[in-house]
Ligand binder design. Structure first.
Ligand code: C2E
Ligand code: MG
Ligand code: MG
Ligand code: MG
Length: 279
């Protein structure tokens, strides 16, 4: 009887877990199809300066799923990473972003804009990452001094020197680096100081609590000071309220991204204000 019960226990599935498992199996199947059919789209979220002027955008990946509609990266990036498909999709993102930068460079209303692109650590650590990126640059002829690659601290957990060398090679071409989600990782400050970074991007979890928690306020404040002492730019992500922006301004952060200034939107929507006759 105990044996039968044990077997029962083994066969038992929590319905919610089973649903999640099925969802991810279907998602993986759909992802492989999406890759073949290129069901991807880039959304653009504005980044603004102290006067509210748009200085650039972050390119954020969306998946136009035939039945589910627009799927957010939080749902499928982890799956792309665990299946190893992220490198291929990441290259699609970079190539499209670079073509966009190259198009903007031809138009006076857009030629000042920068574009930030997220790079997965897995993609970055590929043996042929540099060669592939250089090929994208050659194909697209993008103005590389206006391209920012967003990397996260997890990139430097392994093969640090190798990661640093790759960054240096790309920097030699003019590319900038931004450290995304800053404050959520585990890197030592001593090591960070040795990386060829250009910008720290304060994670939205801190930004959104800046007025609600003195601990978060302290973290944001010291990040701004750290950036300044390392001669790095600093940008706050996830700015949602005027009060948050005012606090950031007062503490020396002069670049912002967040719903207060604009959500991620399709290209035409992002470009519309620049095209308006009296913009
Ligand atoms: P991230 O790079 O930190 O991007 C910022 C995320 O915060 C975006 O979510 C954006 O929509 C959201 N956000 C921006 N402002 C606000 C705000 O004021 N309030 C709130 N609540 N959220 C805000 P999204 O587009 O869903 O992307 C999530 C993450 O997926 C990104 O975080 C990034 O890590 C990853 N991701 C997106 N596109 C790509 C890509 O092309 N490649 C890779 N490797 N990862 C990507
Ligand atoms: Mg990012
Ligand atoms: Mg971020
Ligand atoms: Mg983030």
């Amino acid at each position: 009887e105990a044996k039968a019960k044990g077997r029962d226990t083994l066969c038992f599935f929590d319905p919610a877990m089973q649903a999640a498992l099925l969802t991810s199996i279907h998602l993986e199947r759909d992802l492989r199809r999406a890759l073949a059919l290129e069901q991807w789209q880039l959304y653009y979220q504005p980044q603004v300066d102290i006067s509210g002027q748009v200085t650039g955008a972050e390119a954020l990946l969306r998946w136009q799923h035939p039945e589910r509609g627009l799927v957010s990266p939080g749902e499928f990036i982890p799956l792309l990473e665990s299946t190893g498909l992220i490198s291929e999709v990441g290259e699609w993102v970079l190539e499209n972003a670079c073509y966009q930068l190259a198009r903007w460079a031809q138009q006076p209303a857009f030629c000042h804009l920068t574009l930030s692109v997220n790079i997965s650590p897995l993609q970055f650590h590929d043996a042929d990452f540099l060669a592939r990126v250089e090929a994208v640059f050659a194909r697209t002829q993008a103005p590389l001094e206006r391209l920012k690659l967003e990397v996260t601290e997890s990139l430097f957990v392994e093969a640090r020197d190798n990661a640093r060398d790759k960054m240096l090679s790309l920097k030699a071409l003019g590319v900038r680096f931004s450290l995304d989600d800053f404050g959520t990782g585990y890197s030592s400050l001593a090591y960070l100081a040795q990386l060829p970074l250009d910008q720290l991007k304060i994670d939205q979890s801190f930004v959104q609590q800046v007025l609600g928690s003195s601990a978060n306020a302290a973290i944001v404040e010291s990040t701004i000071v750290l950036a300044e002492s390392l001669s790095l730019d600093v940008i706050a992500e996830g700015v949602e309220t005027q009060a948050q922006q005012a606090w950031l301004l007062e503490h020396g952060c002069h670049a912002y991204q967040g719903y207060l200034f604009g959500r991620p939107v399709p290209l035409e929507v992002f470009e519309a204000p620049f095209r308006a006759p009296d913009a």
